[in-house]
Write a protein that binds this ligand. Structure first.
Ligand code: 2AM
Length: 482
């Protein structure tokens, strides 16, 4: 019996690739599996894919010959040169209109470049964010595809069947042109850093400021998970806090140094590149960096002084403030993330569907939460919304919660507990709602020492220089920078 032609080929049989193949198979698609080390194809067919419709190939030529047209080839290989190597080998074997999808964790600039290069060769390139880890890949990931939009109708049926569903809707839609899919995935990861850091700060305050026991903390997270904070990360925190092994609570024995793989850092770098104040993600990356200085911190802890106190007020009332502070900080973090998306879209000419992005993150991925449903609604109401904080629902939430952020941040400051993410959330909020910032003084200083010029209120667009000291020249500067 001849094998049926495959709907799609998938290259890269590490855990994500294998799980995506099995997921596609469950949804009725015939997948052709390939891997650089072809022994893995043999082993996959004989084990994990045994009894399925999955077929295998032992060379790229064989793989391509087994595909329906237009051919769809998805790469799930290590980000970087492996992707370029496979693309270079595939192009001569493919025809115009065939599709290459990179589902790895590629940097969006690489996706941008590959998309443009392949367009010239008539190949439709897609860079897709895939989130949800091993389990998501197997049972429904969040998928964020972007690139050559001509590819979308050909991959849509596969992508929208295998992805997670939230309220019956697929957590996958076309994101935008070129590197848009991987950019959105990168911002998703940055937001994940922010969400995790905020939760860690709440835990730190509960543990060291309120002296709560693990079970009490777990119970608080359980309560939070029933309300507006309902999310995957709150849920797992609840479970982590109460997890015990033979030696007791495991969490308290875990070394407090965080690792990182780079996507949070990339988000912060993009924020700096594009000039968008994505401060909460930035602080979250730095908090991980500070945590990594364990040896120095241990030494400093016996040299540097600060308060070493616990909270004296009503703990129950404080916990209510803490929940609200967490929620408000989270709103600010997402508002900042969407500001970055907006700016990048403007610069790259991407036509991003912000409500669609919120829906893609609503299920399947690490930041999945009920709250993303509210973000989707905000953009559905007004697709051109300038800032999430200005939406009625979120403006009202901030009105109700901003006082709690002040209570929590000021108490943390008094207790000597660091809350970099919550503090920056509040600083951003207060800055964003301030019509007149002190940057007038900044401009005056720049003009004073560097003749950088300034504009007068009401005379925007007209740049003037003052000779502040009475000596020196009247010429404005264009080279000296500060
Ligand atoms: P391998 O099994 O042959 O190592 C995750 O590491 C996936 O990326 C694996 O399928 C791995 O193939 C593939 N991979 C990693 N580096 C690669 C490279 N330089 N060229 C091709 N495939 C690579």
């Amino acid at each position: 019996m001849t094998e049926p032609l495959a709907d799609i080929a998938l290259i890269g049989l590490a855990v994500m690739g294998q799980n995506l193949i099995l997921n596609m198979n469950d949804h009725g698609f015939v997948v052709c599996a390939f891997n650089r080390t072809t022994d893995k194809v043999k082993s996959f067919l004989a084990n994990e894919a045994k009894g399925t419709k999955v077929i295998g190939a032992f060379s790229l030529e064989e793989m391509v010959s087994k595909l329906k047209k237009p051919r769809r080839v998805m790469l799930l290989v290590k980000a970087g040169s492996a992707v370029d190597d496979f693309i270079a080998k595939l192009v001569p074997l493919l025809s115009e209109g065939d599709i290459i999808i990179d589902g790895g964790n590629s940097e969006y600039q690489d996706t941008q470049r590959r998309s443009e290069e392949l367009e010239k060769k008539g190949i439709l390139f897609v860079g897709s964010g895939v989130s949800g880890g091993e389990d998501g890949a197997r049972h429904g990931p969040s998928l964020m595809p972007g690139g050559n939009s001509k590819a979308w109708p050909h991959i849509k049926p596969i992508f929208q069947s295998i992805c997670a569903k939230a309220d019956g809707e697929p957590c996958c839609d076309w994101v935008g042109e070129n590197g848009a899919g991987h950019f959105v995935k990168m911002v998703h990861n940055g937001i994940e850093y922010g969400d995790m850091q905020l939760i860690c700060e709440a835990y730190h305050i509960m543990r060291d400021g309120l002296a709560l026991k693990p079970e009490e903390m777990s119970k608080t997270f359980e309560e939070w998970n029933r309300g507006e904070l309902d999310s995957f990360l709150i849920e797992i925190t609840r479970d982590i806090l109460k997890y015990r092994d033979a030696k007791g609570h495991l969490l308290e024995r875990i070394r407090d140094t965080a690792g990182q793989k780079g996507t949070g850092k990339w988000t912060a770098i993009s924020a700096l590149d594009y000039g968008v104040p994505v401060t909460l993600i930035g602080e979250s990356v730095f908090a991980r960096c500070l945590s990594a200085l364990k040896t120095e911190r241990v030494e400093a802890s016996s040299v540097l002084t600060g308060p070493n106190d616990i909270y004296k007020g009503d703990k129950k009332v404080f916990l209510e403030h803490l929940g609200k502070a967490l929620y408000a900080s989270k709103i600010i973090s997402y508002a900042q993330g969407f500001m970055l998306l907006r700016e990048a879209a403007k610069i790259h000419g991407w036509n991003l569907n912000y409500g669609g992005i919120a829906l893609m993150w609503r299920g399947g991925c690490i930041i999945r939460s009920a709250f993303l449903g509210n973000i989707k609604q905000a953009f559905d109401k007004n697709p051109k919304l300038m800032n999430l904080l200005l939406d009625d629902f979120f403006a009202k939430a901030m009105k109700e919660c901003q006082e709690s952020v002040r209570v929590v941040v000021s108490s943390a400051v008094t207790l000597g507990i660091p809350t970099p993410a919550m503090s920056t959330a509040l600083a951003f909020y207060d800055g964003y709602r301030t019509a007149r910032l002190p940057a007038n003084l900044l401009q005056a200083q720049r003009d004073y020492f560097g003749a950088h010029t300034y504009e007068l209120l009401g005379e925007e667009g007209k740049f003037v220089h003052t000779n502040w000291t009475g000596h020196g020249g009247n010429v404005s500067a264009s080279t000296y920078d500060a």
